[in-house]
Every structure is written in structure tokens, then in C-alpha cells.
Design a protein around this ligand. Sequence first.
Ligand code: GTP
Ligand code: MG
Length: 174
Amino acid sequence: SSSATDSKDLRAKLVLLGDSGVGKSCIVLRFVRGQFDPTSKVTVGASFLSQTLALEDSTIVKFEIWDTAGQERYAALAPLYYRGAAAAIVVYDITSPESFSKAQYWVKELQKHGSPGIVMVLVGNKADLHENRSVSSQDAQEYAEKNNMFFIETSAKTADNINQLFEEIAKRLP
Ligand code: GTP
Ligand code: MG
């Protein structure tokens, strides 16, 4: 028979969605490799990475991460990546109202076509650029609450809240 710790191990398909340039790939790179790339290239199609995370209660979560391409020409591919996903991270850039609108588009699409019970998280990235903020934390928080999402602001550049983001997702997995 398996031990208590064995039985708690989880595997979770996770997808990142959001406008091109908001920092999806940088968030993943920061989480998986602990690095930041200021010259990050636009993603073509999607990229896959996996990373395990040990929680305080000794649960091990293996995230299978699909980092999608935000450019409009790839929008039709998104269902391939969010299909069957246990969790979705919808990212915008706190300095870009357009990217916040685009995030709302993805939330609606996930509500219509995502897996029932998918854990959805709203992420305001580039929190280090607070001097150029144009999406208020309060507006984003209110939007997230209305849509039953967890909300967090992150910086892939400084690493602020990156681990917390993935820990919060792990806690919410079914
Ligand atoms: P697509 O692959 O086209 O969908 O874009 P993306 O969302 O993956 O963006 P990417 O991670 O490639 O980052 C785009 C640009 O934003 C790069 O120049 C990054 O260096 C920069 N960037 C990403 N995250 C941050 C951050 O937290 N702070 C700052 N200041 N810049 C960031
Ligand atoms: Mg990318």
C-alpha cells in the first residue's frame, strides 16, 4: 500500500494566457529556473516546461506548464492548451490597460470553454513598474472576486510573489 505522502502527490496541467509582452514566459522562467531574461523572445505557438513544488504539508505538486503565445495570430491555438487544464493563469501588465481588457477576454473564454472547476488566477505582472501603473489593484481585485478568481500582482524581474503565485494555485487544486 502507498504511504500517506505518496497518496498526496499531485500532477496538474497548468496554462498561461494573456496578451503578448505581459511577461508569461518570464514568469515561467523565474519559477522554473530562478532567472529573468530582459531580452525574452516572443513565444511561437506555445512552450512546455514542468516543475515540481513541495508544499508545507509535504504534498508534492508536479506542474505541467503550457506557456502560450500571446500574439493574435496564435489565438486560435489556445484551446489546445487550456483543454483539460486544472488551472489557468491569466496575465496582464499593470502598466497596460489594453492587456487588462485582453485578460478579461481570456477569462470569458475559459468560463465558456475551459474544464468545469478549472482554478483561475488573475495575475498583474510587472509590479516593479509601479510608477507607470495604469491598472489599479482595487479594480483588478474586484474583477477577480466577481469572477471567482484568485488575484495576485507579481514581478518576474524582481521575483516578487512568483513562488506565492504557484503555491496559491497548488492549494486550490481539487
Ligand atoms: P508572448 O510570448 O509574445 O505572448 O509574450 P510574453 O507574455 O511571454 O512576454 P515575455 O515573458 O517574453 O516578456 C516580454 C517583455 O517584458 C520582455 O522584455 C521581458 O523582459 C519583460 N518583462 C517580463 N516580466 C517583467 C517584469 O516583471 N518586470 C519588467 N519590468 N519587465 C518584465
Ligand atoms: Mg512568451
